[in-house]
Design a protein around this ligand. Structure first.
Ligand code: FES
Length: 204
């Protein structure tokens, strides 16, 4: 029985159809699996490897290279506080210290209730609103310690459920436009390309 849900598998197949080489869909499919479980479970990694034609070790090798992919469990909300230069100059380390005290964990840690994982992040590209942070890749700027406490309360009580989905969901692997293609059309294009390459002497 598949670990990845039917919905995830269907979207994964759509993503696979977009690329000439299945392995090119590896990262977006990892994000899909992460959306399902919150992190890349070993059983998900095994299925992803099969889908894209790699070994599980190769999938892990790629996943561990990217900060946004997690091969260890993370909380329902991943709080990434930027401590890069613009945010640092506007109190990011004070904010991080406050967050550590409020959540009772150090960067990299997860609260006992599994709700929050705290992370010390590099620039998240929202420098104009420093100090800033992301929660599951949603941006929050000009964050004071008081605003942080309010944010944590709002997340814990579900008041931000419409804005911040659980786990590290990325909109772009789910969006309804831009990344979709007809798998039949793609496979015909691939067959035509293979035939052209064969006629040209192997396509080397
Ligand atoms: S330095 Fe914090 S978002 Fe760029």
């Amino acid at each position: 029985m598949s670990h990845l849900s039917d919905d995830v598998l269907a979207r994964a197949r759509e993503l696979l159809a977009l690329y000439p080489h299945p392995r090119s869909a590896l990262i977006p499919i990892c994000h899909l699996a992460q959306e399902q479980d919150g992190w890349l479970r070993p059983e998900a990694i095994a299925e992803i490897a099969e889908l894209v034609g790699l070994t599980p070790a190769e999938v892990v090798g790629t996943a561990t290279f990217y900060d946004m992919l997690h091969t260890e469990p993370v909380g329902r909300y991943l709080v990434s506080i930027c401590t890069n230069i613009a945010c640092m100059l506007r109190g990011a380390y004070d904010l991080l210290e406050h967050a550590e005290q409020r959540l009772g964990v150090r960067p990299g840690g997860t609260t006992e209730d599994g709700l929050f994982t705290l992370e010390d992040a590099e620039c998240v590209a929202d420098c104009g609103r420093a100090p800033c942070l992301q929660v599951n890749h949603r941006f929050f700027g000009n964050v004071t310690p008081e605003a942080f406490d309010q944010l944590v309360d709002d997340l814990a009580t579900g008041r931000l459920d419409d804005e911040v989905p659980p786990h590290g969901t990325l909109i772009r692997v789910r969006r309804e436009v831009g990344l979709r293609a007809d798998p039949q059309e793609i496979s015909e294009e691939r067959r035509a390309m293979a035939e052209r390459q064969a006629a040209d002497g192997g396509g080397a």
